[in-house]
Design a protein around this ligand. Structure first.
Ligand code: SF4
Length: 277
């Protein structure tokens, strides 16, 4: 028996043992995609998201309500060049992510800071199997300072569970803009542009294996495409060398049963990418 046949047989036996013991494939056997651009070096290219600088008229801390906006106010910055030139340890990345979260909470770079109760930087683990990206915090997220904690968030947790993932163990969740747009309107271009450097740094620090964008806004802003989510989902995309799977937003699916099947197809595709298929 050749080496590759013997490896295949061993993997098949492992898979069978997983299904017998737990009903699902163990994460330890999830394989990286051989075709991933960063596979050869073992390290993903550290390019920031394409983002325009914060608008010149970005509000300052002095203009903000002091009871709402912590001081000193900050504005998002791109990944520092010095950080891009060297490999950082996991602890250094964890510390840098904490610093980024503090910057987000003090940020006054766009008008959304004036209406927030809490900024919502993101939550989850380093090196997750998937980074979920939505468009922005809703009312419950704004009240609690955590992303996806309302009905849509609970529904999202069920999606993740259905493909063997959990936000506590192998997921990182964030949004395009970190402060709630009034009345849950779509973020304006100046708002998403001002906030883009934060997301770029999160991707760089968190290093997700895959990205799941939920909803039209998050998908079109990340991929820089104008089509609706119905046209963008179901096709292979990449962002900074990371596979991107777009799907509908959980809150939209809660209102539209017809989107349940396509979402399930997207989730299965995400699982297949993680399994190296
Ligand atoms: S949405 Fe982003 S850029 Fe605007 S104030 Fe909040 S953290 Fe800053």
């Amino acid at each position: 028996m050749s080496h590759s046949e013997s490896t295949d047989l061993r993997e098949l036996l492992d898979l069978f043992a997983d299904y017998v013991s737990s009903g699902y494939r163990n994460e330890r056997r999830v394989r990286r995609r051989a075709a991933a651009p960063h596979a050869a070096s073992g390290r993903r290219p550290e390019r920031p998201l394409a983002a325009r600088p914060a608008p010149a008229n970005a509000p300052t801390a002095a203009a903000a309500n002091a009871s709402v906006v912590p001081t000193p106010a900050t504005t998002p910055t791109a990944v520092p060049a010095s950080d891009r030139q060297r490999e950082r340890t996991r602890e250094e990345r964890r510390a840098a992510l904490s610093e980024l979260e503090a910057e987000v909470r003090a940020c006054a770079a766009c008008p959304l800071h004036t209406g927030r109760t809490h900024a919502v930087p993101g939550v989850g683990v380093l090196d997750p199997l998937v980074m979920v990206i939505g468009e922005g915090p809703g009312a419950e997220e704004d009240a609690r300072g955590e992303p996806f904690v309302g009905a849509a968030g609970r529904y999202l947790d069920k999606w993740l569970e259905a493909i063997g993932l959990s936000r506590a163990e192998n997921v990182y969740i964030t949004n395009i803009v970190k402060c709630r747009p009034p009345n849950n309107r779509d973020p304006l271009p100046n708002e998403s542009d001002a906030c883009a450097p934060f997301l770029a740094r999160q991707v760089d620090l968190v290093r997700p294996r895959t990205i799941l964008t939920v909803g039209r806004i998050a998908t079109s802003l990340l991929l820089h495409r104008d089509e609706g989510i119905g046209k963008l989902r179901g096709r292979p995309w990449e962002h900074q060398g990371i596979p991107v799977v777009p799907t509908y937003h959980p809150s939209g699916v809660l209102r539209n049963d017809a989107w349940r099947r396509p979402v399930w197809e997207d989730l299965k595709r995400l699982r297949a990418i993680l399994d190296g298929e």
